[in-house]
Design a protein around this ligand. Structure first.
Ligand code: E4P
Length: 217
C-alpha cells in the first residue's frame, strides 16, 4: 500500500517527503482553502517539493467542457499533475476525453461500487473511494474499499484504487489489510502510524539499563 499525503500544507509535505514515506499528494478545494493561498501557487509549491511524484489537483467546473478545459490547464503545469474529477455523468465525459489525450485522472467522491466501476470504465487512472464519509452516514467504508478491490481484480481493471477520507488508524490498518493500492492520509495521522507506546517504553528501558553497563577504565 502506497502512502499519499492528503494535505496542501507544504511544511508537512516537506517533513514527510524527507522521510521517504510519501508516494504522492492529494488535495481538494477544501484542503486548498485551508492554506489561504492561491490554488496554482500551492500546487506548484507541492510539485516542487515532491519532485515528480503524483500531485492531485481538483477541477471545480460542473460541466464536462469546463472540466476538460481546467484539466488540460492543470495537466500543462507539470507531468506529475493528476487531474481530480468529481464522480458524475459530466465528470465521466471529461475523464473519457482527458484520458484519451493521455492526461492522468482521478475520479473523486466515489461512494459505491457502481460509481467505481463506471469511473474505471470511463478511463480513470485512479478511483478515490471515500471511506470516512461512508462511515459518517452509517455505512461501512472498509467494506466499500474491499468490494471495489475485489471487482477491479475480478475484471482485470487497471485503474488504481485510492482509499480517501481516511480519519483514524483503524481506517489505515483496514486499508492495508484490504490490499488497497494507495491510502491517502491526513498528515496529522502520520505520527500515530510511526509511534507505539511499547516502543517508547522499550527504548526508555534500554537507555536505563545501558547506564548499568560497566565502562572501560
Ligand atoms: C482525498 O482525495 C479527499 O480529498 C479527502 O480524503 C477527503 O477527506 P474528508 O472526507 O476527510 O474531507
Amino acid at each position: 500500500m502506497n502512502i499519499y499525503l492528503d494535505t496542501a500544507d507544504v511544511n508537512e509535505i516537506k517533513k514527510y517527503f524527507d522521510l521517504g514515506i510519501v508516494a504522492g499528494v492529494t488535495t481538494n478545494p477544501t484542503i486548498i482553502s485551508r492554506t489561504g493561498k492561491e490554488f496554482i501557487t500551492v500546487i506548484n509549491e507541492i510539485v516542487e517539493i515532491v519532485k515528480g511524484l503524483p500531485v492531485n489537483a481538483e477541477v471545480i467546473s460542473l460541466d464536462a467542457e469546463g472540466m476538460i478545459t481546467e484539466g488540460r490547464e492543470l495537466a500543462a503545469l507539470n507531468p506529475s499533475i493528476v487531474v481530480k474529477i468529481p464522480m458524475c455523468m459530466e465528470g465521466l465525459r471529461a475523464v473519457k476525453v482527458l484520458s484519451d489525450e493521455g492526461i492522468t485522472t482521478n475520479v473523486t467522491l466515489v461512494f459505491s461500487v457502481t460509481q467505481a466501476l463506471m469511473a474505471a470504465r470511463a478511463g480513470a487512472t485512479y478511483v478515490s473511494s471515500f471511506l470516512g464519509r461512508v462511515d459518517d452516514v452509517g455505512g461501512d467504508g472498509i467494506a466499500l474499499i474491499q468490494d471495489v478491490i475485489t471487482i477491479f481484480k475480478e475484471y482485470g481493471i487497471k485503474s488504481k484504487v485510492i482509499a480517501a477520507s481516511v480519519r483514524h488508524m483503524g481506517h489505515v490498518i483496514g486499508c492495508a489489510k484490504a490490499g488497497v493500492d494507495i491510502c491517502t492520509i491526513p498528515s496529522s495521522l502520520i505520527p500515530s502510524m510511526a509511534n507505539h507506546p511499547l516502543t517508547t517504553q522499550g527504548l526508555n528501558q534500554f537507555l536505563e539499563d545501558w547506564k548499568k553497563v560497566p565502562t572501560k577504565k
